[in-house]
Write a protein that binds this ligand. Structure first.
Ligand code: AMP
Ligand code: MG
Length: 435
């Protein structure tokens, strides 16, 4: 780009700026008082030497009057009567001593601030709005409720102290430069998204959600909306599972229904294993003749990790890892078991695989005693209720067997009671898992 200034122009000393020099002179007078403003200090601040000071302004008194004249024309409109005084000393008294004494509160030294434009010194005040950048050379912000403005001069109210960086949100005071704002594994909720946005992150790297396939097995299962015979069962598990995943923001969820037929299961599960990272089956994992799921999965190269868990309900649960690392969960078909196993095992396993930091489970106290004899972990549906102090308790809602999912309606989740036999007293605290 072509500059319209030549090299020689840039090198030439600037023309003497009389107004600027007067501003600087007045700053020195203001800071030191008339007597304290020495000629060397004045000439240094004004950028001139002693002879040229005399040539331009005459003596110190003439300089002072010129400076005040300029000042009076300035935006503050300050010192209106002072120049009518006959002698410099009286002007000084009127302006520097008298006015400073008037405006400076004895209990609050330094509390007199000149409004913007009056003086180019450290005693200026500038009006700023919340969130403004701190003006250069300012180091304190006072709320409008804490000062008065009289004739363009700000004075702090009594009992108000102006301390350095009061009401100033200093750069780096929320977080040091280079500090980690969000740990990996953090779920991005509203506050975390705001933090990422404030750090200018237009794109963030997040873990991808797995593609999940929910497979119901069972010849007896009938789709809601289709006609049903006495011996048939509604295919409700798939909907409960999909709702559980949806509530936890899983978006890539598919759903299939397979008959209890080895060939059908093999073909369709082979397909699902190629397209999904997580396969959740319900039904077909118990000891019955048509519980073909574990056998078929092993045929497809899914390695069994465990089958049967010492728990009620959901004992026949099966888990394996597919040839490409797919997670395959064979959940028992009884609806209470399916839902409890899904929430207790499948959801945490997916969260772990996604790198989500694990929170400790919620823990609450039983509102009434529970007796459970078998030496198994006991998953007991509960409703969370609050006492008159607002404290939450879990009220047992034992279902009538693991097929009784009607009793789950209106409950909040289940607790995990450790293997007994035991009577768990009122107040017994255990992990709570919400639906
Ligand atoms: P299973 O584990 O296949 O022996 O099934 C146990 C019980 O759960 C049987 O009464 C099944 O009819 C029932 N069941 C299996 N799958 C479902 C499902 N998707 N929805 C509702 N009930 C089911
Ligand atoms: Mg079945």
């Amino acid at each position: 780009m072509k500059s319209n200034r030549t090299r020689s122009q840039l090198g030439r000393p600037r023309a003497f700026d009389a107004d600027r020099a007067l501003d600087r002179a007045l700053t020195i007078f203001w800071r030191n008082g008339y007597e304290g403003a020495s000629l060397p200090a004045l000439t240094k601040a004004m950028g001139i030497n002693r002879p040229s000071l005399y040539a331009a302004f005459g003596n110190k008194e003439a300089l002072f009057r010129r400076a005040l004249e300029r000042y009076e024309r300035g935006p503050a409109g300050y010192a209106p009567k002072a120049l009518e005084k006959p002698t410099a000393r009286e002007v000084v008294e009127a302006l520097l001593d008298g006015i400073v004494a008037l405006l400076t509160k004895p209990q609050n030294p330094g509390g007199c601030l000149m409004v913007q434009g009056a003086l180019a010194s450290g005693e200026n005040a500038i009006e700023v709005m919340t969130g403004s950048v701190l003006p250069v050379a300012a180091d304190c912000v006072m709320p409008v409720e804490q000062y008065d403005v009289v004739d363009g001069v700000v004075s702090l109210k009594s009992a108000v102290a102006a301390t350095p960086y009061h009401n100033v949100h200093r750069r780096g005071s929320d977080s040091r430069q280079g500090a980690l704002l969000l740990k990996s594994g953090t779920l991005l909720r509203a506050p975390e998204i705001a933090v990422a946005a404030s750090a200018g992150m237009a794109r963030v790297r997040v873990s991808s959600q797995p593609a999940v396939m929910i497979v119901s097995t069972g010849d007896e299962l009938v789709e809601p909306g289709d006609p049903i015979a006495d011996y048939q069962v509604r295919r409700s598990n798939a909907y409960a599972c999909a709702a559980t995943l949806r509530k936890r923001n899983f978006a890539r969820v598919g759903d299939d229904h397979l008959l209890d037929d080895e060939e059908v299961l093999r073909d369709r599960l082979a397909l699902h294993l190629t397209t999904h990272e997580v396969v959740i089956l319900s039904g077909g994992v118990s000891m019955g003749k048509f519980d073909l799921v574990p056998k078929v999965l092993v045929q497809l190269g899914v390695q069994e990790v465990f089958h049967n868990v010492a728990q009620r309900p959901g004992r026949p649960m099966w888990f394996g890892i597919g040839p490409q690392g797919q997670s395959v969960f064979g959940l028992p078909g009884n609806p209470v078991s399916t839902l409890i196993c899904l929430i207790r095992y499948v959801i945490p396993a997916i969260a772990e695989a996604m790198g989500t930091s694990r929170l400790p489970p919620e823990r609450l106290a039983l509102a009434s005693p529970v007796t459970f004899q078998p030496p198994l972990a006991y998953f007991l549906p509960v409703a969370i209720e609050h006492d008159e102090w607002g404290r939450p308790w879990v009220n047992p809602r034992p279902p009538n067997g693991s097929g009784d999912f009607l009793s789950l309606a209106g409950s909040d989740g289940f607790v995990e009671l450790p293997p007994g036999p035991n009577t768990y007293p009122k107040g017994f605290v255990s992990n709570v898992y919400r639906w």
